[in-house]
Design a protein around this ligand. Structure first.
Ligand SMILES: [Zn+2]
Length: 101
């Protein structure tokens, strides 16, 4: 179910020309990272900030996406979509995904 906060985040993403389909639940201290134009993975803010990146240009996106998916699969209890669906999304959005699983 979409909470009011979710709707706010979806609207904010839409203003940036992005979709908002979270792959996991937001927990405190986590930041939403857009792995592509649509999908979001919530990950610890400090890990998200380790590497400057830009979703629009693709700058450092692969590195940050790898960190995001590692976090996602380490915390399966927070996943919102079935594991196989997350795995397929990962394969489409990460190079060298063998490092993750
Ligand atoms: Zn990000």
């Amino acid at each position: 179910m979409m909470t009011r906060g979710d709707k706010k985040r979806r609207n904010f993403a839409a203003k940036r020309g992005l979709g908002y389909i979270p792959l996991n639940n937001r927990t405190s201290g986590n930041t939403g990272h857009h792995i592509n134009n649509i999908h979001v993975i919530y990950m610890p803010d400090n890990i998200h900030k380790e590497k400057q990146h830009n979703q629009k240009t693709g700058y450092n996106m692969n590195e940050v996406n790898i960190k995001a998916f590692k976090y996602l699969f380490k915390h399966k209890e927070n996943m919102k979509l079935p594991f196989n669906e997350c795995k397929n999304i990962m394969k489409k959005n990460v190079n060298n995904f063998s490092k993750i699983l």
